[in-house]
Write a protein that binds this ligand. Sequence first.
Ligand SMILES: [Zn+2]
Length: 180
Amino acid sequence: MKFCSNCGSQVTQRIPEGDSRPRYICDDCNIVHYQNPNIIAGCLPVWGDKVLLCRRAIEPRYGFWTLPAGFMENGETVAEGAARETWEEAEADVRELTLYTVFNIPYINQVYMLHRAHLVDGKFGIGVESLECQLFDEADIPWDELAFPSVKRTLRYYFEDRQRGEFPLHIDDLRPPVKS
Ligand SMILES: [Zn+2]
């Protein structure tokens, strides 16, 4: 951040009195611009034995498969955000959302909250942020072409849990990928 969104003056980074971390503070109007993690709300839409994936038409990870998910908006619940994103990315109507995986990703300041959901009538289209959308059997999941670790883990959990017939909430902390 370089300029104040309140008055347009320059901001500098310093620790406000009584605080413990550097913040962007306006040199002019003295507003403190707090930056906090973003919540990414999404779904694992299920239809019979199949799950719905979307192939990304946007960066990052263009062309890779993902679960419909995106940044939560002001004024909505996490489940509402998850259902909205599923509609936007896959033109799919989902019901009976149950929070299923939570991923803390502190190194990119994100928290994923993905829900198991029933795909209404098995119907879907292709949202503007997707190249294609498709229902997959477990055997056909493109494991090497998944966009994000959160997506891969959620699918792994799902197929394991499905064998047991129990779907507990999974909460994981994700660490940066190790560069070789
Ligand atoms: Zn200002």
